[in-house]
Every structure is written in C-alpha cells, then in structure tokens.
Design a protein around this ligand. Structure first.
Ligand code: 13P
Length: 249
C-alpha cells in the first residue's frame, strides 16, 4: 500500500502574514490526520513562516523550485542547501508553469531533479500534456518522453524518494478535471515508464499524484483510483477549509 500524499502548491499567492493565518485555520481541521501525508508548498518568502507554524505537526513544508548548483551567480534562484538549511523537506520540480512561462526544459528539469535527490530533498516532479497533444493522441508519448528525460542518469537507488505528479496542462486552473479513469490511465503510462527506467519493484512503490482542478467535490472520486497516490492542489489549497476537505477526501 502506498500512503497517499496531498500537497498544496500555492504558486504566487500569500504573504507571510497570510501564511500564518492559513495555518491557524488549517491545523484544527487536520490535527491527528495520519492516513495521508500533507505537504504545503508556499512561495520562498513564506517558507520560514510556514515552517515555524508547522513545527511539530503532521504537515511538511516544500518549496516550488530548486536550482541544480549549490551556489553561484544565478540571480533569483535558490539551492537545495539553502532549502535544507531552513528545514524544508520537499520541492516541486518541472511544474508546467515553469515550463510554459519560464523556459524550463526537460533538461533543466533533469538537472533540478538530480540536485534535489542528491541533497536528500523529496522532489515532486511534474509531467503532463497540453491540450493539443492530447487531442492529437500524443499523451502517452509526451508523458514517456518527459519521464525518460527527467529521470535521465538517475539510479533507482538515488531516486528512492521520488514522487511524480501528473498534471494535464488543460486541467490546471481551468475547472476541467481529468476524469478519474482518464487520470488513472495516464498514471499507468507513467508507472510503466518508471518500470522501464528504474525497474518493476521501484515502479510499484512510486507515488504518482494527480493535479489539475482538484476540489473538495471531486477529490474522493479521484483518490478512489488505485493508480492515484495523492493530489497536487493549486487554487483549492489556498483556503484552509477547502484544502482540509481535500485532505480528508
Ligand atoms: P489548480 O488546482 O489550480 O488547477 O492547479 C493545479 C496545479 O498546477 C498544482 O500544481
């Protein structure tokens, strides 16, 4: 049995004060919840406030990206060491918004993923097709390619902590969720790719989250799929009540 992981991706929302306010409301709603792992990924400037608020609780804090070098002249970037020094445990890598708007490629995703795994951070590596690719029947090829390139030159031993998130780009922020069956099919494609790259035992342990318009109303149907090992939640994670309802699907 793979323990499900429910993660919040706050994207570019909330100040430190708003972060503290979120946790004040959120804690009582999920206190003692052990069935699923809970991770919240706020913007960098909120990480310290989130860590302080979550200390000693059942909630882990993640960042939304990480650079592959330990330090250097890379304006605007943050290294794995920097995140670890704060107490961060998780990091999102290769989100489609990074790929679409900030020039992230399969190769930079691979570099970031390697750096995260080397450092001991738990990466949540995002893959997913855009609408035109789905309509052209290319979904499986795209997912396979993204996995092969993201996992390039990483051993199964190094990849032990890897988490993958399937986020169809057409479902992000659109209110159009993939049906549970459609998501499960895509997860199976990703799991097969992982089996080819890392071996069957690894693939059967790999957690694959679904992301894209996950809401309290659709969470339980998605989580009922055996292939779906959790959720990566954007919009609906910004409000304590709605994120708690998803955690407790
Ligand atoms: P929404 O839940 O807002 O569709 O965002 C999904 C997402 O991109 C999570 O990383």
């Amino acid at each position: 049995m793979r323990k499900k992981l429910i993660a919040a991706n706050w994207k570019m929302y909330k100040t430190p004060d708003e972060t503290r306010a979120f946790f004040r409301d959120f804690f009582p709603l999920v206190v003692g919840h052990e069935r699923d792992e809970i991770v919240v990924c706020p913007p960098y400037i909120d990480l310290a406030a989130a860590l302080e608020a979550a200390r000693g609780s059942n909630i882990s804090i993640g960042a939304q990206n990480v650079h592959w070098k330990p330090e250097g002249a890379f304006t605007g970037e943050i290294s794995a060491n920097m995140l670890l020094s704060l107490g961060i445990t998780h990091v999102i890598v290769g989100h489609s918004e990074r790929r679409q708007y900030f020039g992230e490629t399969d190769d930079t995703v691979n570099l970031r993923l390697k750096a995260a795994l080397e450092s001991g951070l738990i990466p949540i590596c995002c893959v997913g097709e855009v609408l035109e690719e789905r309509e052209a029947g290319l979904t499986d090829d795209v997912l396979r390619r993204q996995c092969v390139r993201a996992f390039h030159a990483i051993s199964s031993k190094k990849a032990a902590k890897l988490v993958v998130a399937y986020e169809p780009v057409w479902a992000i922020g659109t209110g159009k969720t993939a049906t549970p069956e459609l998501a499960a099919e895509a997860h199976a494609v990703i799991r097969r790719a992982a089996a080819e790259i890392f071996g069957e035992p690894f693939a059967s342990q790999l957690r694959i989250l679904y992301g894209g318009s996950v809401k309290p109303e659709n969470a339980s149907a998605l989580m009922a799929q055996e292939e779906i090992d959790g959720a990566l939640v954007g919009g609906a994670s910004l409000e304590a009540k709605s994120f708690a309802a998803i955690v407790k699907y």
